[in-house]
Design a protein around this ligand. Structure first.
Ligand code: ZN
Ligand code: ZN
Length: 265
């Protein structure tokens, strides 16, 4: 991979669904020549999830501090979080972010009505209705200013039925409203490259949505692999950066203590 790479979406064993230690992920990043790695461990808030309660800020912060010390001068390590957003737990979302400090806060919608949006969620539901419901939830999130970057905007396309693909053009009204809110509030949009690994042939969000974000005045973008395994770190970043450039972006953003700084391409 050419140029400076900063992977801003990485999970370790501090996330319920990942098993590699943060140190192992850092070693993987060094092997790949990645300059900066931002851990974004899952924080769930829904009382109906088994995973809620898994996140432990104290041990996580201590581990990041120790790794920053150990790897100083070799790789930059950041403490981030991926907070799950549902409108039903908005109060808890705001309280959590008020109580803890991070370098970077990614906010993502994974569930609707306490159910994770996956293949099973589409069964017995109209795909069009799932798309609308999910985007309405993202719209509610886009009004807030307590996070830094919106994660994998059209994540549901990972599971959408082949005979009813998601067409961003048909949902332009709500998509532009979301993207306008982000731009107006100085929030960013993530380019999440994991879609390519999951075999859907595109990142999250779709390139058309990246273009819309730029048209609506969007400037802040991060790129993340959503790795749960060291082999996936910075995967497809070259392609991802090409898409960002095609959409009119001129650099990616890094975060320190919630403050953004731009690295031109
Ligand atoms: Zn996520
Ligand atoms: Zn993630």
């Amino acid at each position: 991979m050419k140029g400076f790479a900063a992977d801003y979406h990485v999970h370790s064993s501090f996330s319920f669904d990942a098993r590699f230690s943060p140190a192992r992920m850092v070693e993987g990043a060094l092997e790949k020549g990645i300059g900066e790695i931002c851990f974004t461990e899952h924080k769930d808030l829904d009382p109906f999830y088994n995973e809620t309660g898994y996140y432990k800020d104290g041990p996580y912060s201590a581990e990041i501090a120790a790794l920053q010390e150990k790897y100083r001068g070799r790789i930059v390590i950041k403490k981030g979080v991926e907070v799950d957003y549902q409108s039903s737990t908005e109060k808890e979302f705001q309280e959590f972010l008020g109580r803890h400090s991070f370098d970077f806060v990614l906010a993502s919608v994974h569930a609707l009505e306490h159910c994770f949006v996956d293949e099973g969620y589409f069964q017995g539901r109209s795909p069009g209705k799932v798309y609308e419901d999910y985007l309405r939830e993202v719209l509610a999130l886009s009004r807030l200013q307590s996070f830094d970057v919106l994660g994998h905007l059209d994540y549901f396309t990972r599971f959408s039925p082949e005979d009813h693909p998601f067409d961003p053009a048909r949902h332009q009204g709500i998509l532009r409203e979301i993207l306008k809110n982000l731009a107006k509030n100085g929030r960013g949009l993530e380019l999440n490259t994991s879609g390519w690994r999951h075999g859907i042939g595109k990142p999250f969000p779709s390139p058309a949505i990246l273009k819309m974000f730029r048209e609506e005045g969007g400037e802040v973008v991060t790129i993340g692999s959503d790795s749960h395994h060291p082999r996936d770190l910075a995967s497809r970043f070259t392609q991802g950066i090409e898409l960002l450039q095609d959409a009119g972006f001129t650099g990616i953003y890094l975060f320190t203590g919630r403050k953004a700084s731009k690295v031109p391409f």
